[in-house]
Write a protein that binds this ligand. Structure first.
Ligand SMILES: Cc1cc2nc3c(=O)[nH]c(=O)nc-3n(C[C@H](O)[C@H](O)[C@H](O)COP(=O)(O)OP(=O)(O)OC[C@H]3O[C@@H](n4cnc5c(N)ncnc54)[C@H](O)[C@@H]3O)c2cc1C
Length: 461
C-alpha cells in the first residue's frame, strides 16, 4: 500500500514540502487552520486592497530556487531594491545601523562617543578576559562588546526592548535576526572593503543587496500557485481545519484530529510533517511527551505581530520603502507602493504599520481604531501624514510571528527537538515549526529537503 503523508500547516514550508512530495507521486494532504493558505506569507483581500502580513518580497541567493519560484508566475514580477531608514532623534539614518553609517551620518559628538566607547569596551573586554569564566553572552553583553556601551544605550537597548518587549539581559544575541551579526569592527572594515561575501549575508544584507520581486496580487499568490501544483499532482489541501490532537497509534501510524468548521475530522497518515508552532504541537501529542519535554516547551514562545494598514489617497509618502522607528507604538512603517504599486488603486497608497506584542496582552486586544489613535500623533509629529488624510484602516493579527530567543532558549529547544527526532515518522520544519528565523525561500529550501528525507524513509520502509 502507498504511504500517506500528512503535512500540518499550509504556510510556505508546509506547501513546499507537499509540492515536492506530490511531484514524487506520494499521497500527501495539507491541513491548514485558516480559510486562506500561505500562513505568514498569505494575502487578505479587502475590496480593491491586497493586504500582506507586512511587506513580503521574494528574494534568494540560490539562483535555481529563485528561478523555480519565479516560474510559478505566468508574468514577469516587478523588480525593485529595498531602501530602509531609521528615524532616530529627528533624523534619518541608513538602516541597518553599521559603523559606517554611524560614523558618517551621526552628529560629530555622537560619532565620537560611539567610536571611543567601542574602543574602550574593546580594551576592557581584552583586559578582563583572563579573569572571567567563559560563558554564553546575553544580548546586552553581546551588544555592548560588539558596538560599545554608548551605541548600546543610544540604540540597541531601546530598539530591542521596544521590539521584543523583553529586557535585553533576558534575550539571546540570536534575537538579532541576522545570520552573521555585523559587529562595529566588521562594519568598520566595510568602510574600506565594499564587497560582502554572499554566502555569509545576514537577513538584512540579503534584503539590501539582492534583487527583490513582488507579486502584483500580493505575496499570497505564491502560495496559491504552489497549491495548484500540489492539487494537479493529486495532493490534497484542507483549509479551515484546526488540528487538535496528533495521536500515534501502536502500529506507528498517525491519526490527526481536527475541528473543521465545527465538524470533527480524523486524518490518517504514515508520516507527519509539522510546521505548527512547537508550543501547539507538543501539548497536542498523544501519547503525551515526557514531562521534561512538556516543561521545556513552556520556556519557548512566539512574539505576535499586528499590521495596521492606512489607506492614503496619494502615491508618494515615504522616501524609502521601510522606515524603522524608535519610541513609537509601531516599530516599522512600510510604504507599500515602493514594494509593489499594484496592491491598491492607482491614485492611492498604503502605509503598513507593524506592531509587536505578546498574544493576549493589552496591545493584542486593541482594535484598528485604537491602534490608529495611539499612533496618529507620532505620525503627525514626524510629518508622515495628517489624521484627515487617512481614507481607510485595516488590521491583520498574527499570533505566531517570531520565535522568541530568550537567554536559555537553546537548551529547551534542544530538548524538544531531540524528542521529536526520536519519535518515528514525525518531523518538524520551517520558521514556525522548527523555531528558526527564515525567509520564504529558505522555508521552501528546507521544505524540499524535508520532503527528500521523507521520500527516503518511505523508500526504505
Ligand atoms: C513581518 C514579516 C515580514 C516578512 N517579510 C518577508 C519577506 O519580505 N521575504 C521573505 O522571504 N520572508 C519574509 N518573512 C518571513 C516569511 O513570512 C516566513 O519565513 C514564512 O512565511 C514562514 O512560513 P512557515 O510555513 O514556516 O510558517 P507559517 O507561515 O507560520 O505557517 C504555519 C501554518 O500553520 C498553521 N497553523 C497553526 N496552528 C494550526 C493548527 N492548530 N491547525 C492547523 N493549522 C495551524 C498556520 O495558520 C500557518 O498557516 C517575513 C515575516 C514577517 C513576520
Amino acid at each position: 500500500m502507498k504511504s500517506r503523508v500528512l503535512v500540518l500547516g499550509g504556510g510556505i514550508t508546509g506547501l513546499g514540502t507537499a509540492w515536492k512530495l506530490a511531484e514524487n507521486s506520494v499521497l500527501v494532504e495539507v491541513i491548514e487552520l485558516k480559510k486562506e493558505i500561505g500562513g505568514l506569507a498569505g494575502t487578505i483581500k479587502e475590496g480593491p486592497y491586497r493586504l500582506d502580513y507586512g511587506p513580503h518580497f521574494i528574494l534568494s541567493e540560490r539562483p535555481e530556487l529563485l528561478q523555480k519560484i519565479l516560474s510559478l508566475f505566468s508574468e514577469d514580477l516587478p523588480v525593485f531594491k529595498r531602501s530602509a531608514q531609521l528615524f532616530f532623534h529627528g533624523k534619518f539614518y541608513n538602516y541597518p545601523l553599521t559603523a559606517r553609517n554611524v560614523l558618517m551620518q551621526m552628529p560629530l559628538q555622537d560619532a565620537f562617543f560611539c567610536g571611543s566607547s567601542y574602543f574602550l569596551r574593546l580594551i576592557w573586554d581584552t583586559l578582563k578576559k583572563p579573569f572571567v569564566k567563559k560563558h554564553e553572552p546575553n544580548f546586552e553583553e553581546w551588544a555592548k562588546s560588539s558596538f560599545g556601551n554608548y551605541l548600546f544605550r543610544l540604540f540597541f537597548k531601546p530598539y530591542t526592548e521596544q521590539f521584543w518587549q523583553i529586557p535585553v539581559n533576558e534575550l539571546s544575541p540570536d534575537s538579532m535576526p541576522t545570520n552573521t551579526r555585523l559587529s562595529f569592527f566588521k562594519t568598520l572594515k566595510l568602510l574600506f572593503v565594499k564587497d560582502i561575501v554572499r554566502s555569509k549575508m545576514s537577513l538584512v544584507e540579503r534584503e539590501t543587496t539582492l534583487l527583490l520581486h513582488y507579486p502584483k496580487q500580493g505575496i499570497g499568490k505564491m502560495a496559491s500557485h504552489i497549491a495548484d501544483r500540489i492539487t494537479e499532482d493529486m495532493g490534497k489541501i484542507q483549509t479551515g481545519c484546526r488540528i487538535k490532537e496528533i495521536r500515534q497509534e501502536p502500529d506507528g501510524t498517525f491519526s490527526v484530529t481536527a475541528d473543521c468548521g465545527g465538524k470533527k475530522k480524523i486524518f490518517k497518515g504514515d508520516h507527519v510533517v509539522s510546521t505548527l508552532p512547537l508550543t501547539e504541537l507538543i501539548p497536542m501529542m498523544n501519547p503525551a511527551p515526557p514531562e521534561e519535554v512538556r516543561k521545556s516547551v513552556q520556556h519557548l514562545s512566539y512574539l505576535s505581530l499586528i499590521v495596521v494598514y492606512l489607506v492614503i489617497p496619494k502615491r508618494e509618502i515615504l522616501e524609502s520603502s521601510y522606515v524603522y522607528h524608535l519610541a513609537t507604538p509601531y516599530n516599522r512603517i512600510g510604504d507599500m507602493n515602493k514594494f509593489c504599486p499594484d496592491l491598491c488603486p492607482e491614485d492611492e497608497n498604503m502605509l503598513a504599520l507593524e506592531f509587536t506584542c505578546h498574544k493576549g496582552d493589552s496591545l493584542w486586544r486593541k482594535n484598528k481604531d485604537e491602534l490608529f489613535d495611539m499612533s496618529v500623533s507620532y505620525l503627525e509629529k514626524d510629518g508622515i501624514l495628517k489624521r484627515n488624510e487617512v481614507k481607510d484602516i485595516f488590521i491583520l493579527k498574527v499570533p505566531y510571528g517570531y520565535p522568541v530567543y530568550t537567554y536559555d532558549y537553546k537548551k529547551h529547544l534542544d530538548t524538544v527537538r531531540t524528542f521529536v527526532r526520536q519519535t518515528s515518522n514525525l518531523e518538524i520544519v520551517g520558521r514556525t515549526g522548527n523555531y528558526q528565523y527564515m525567509d520564504m525561500d529558505q522555508c521552501l529550501h528546507y521544505g524540499f529537503l524535508m520532503a527528500e528525507e521523507v521520500l527516503s524513509k518511505i523508500k526504505n520502509s
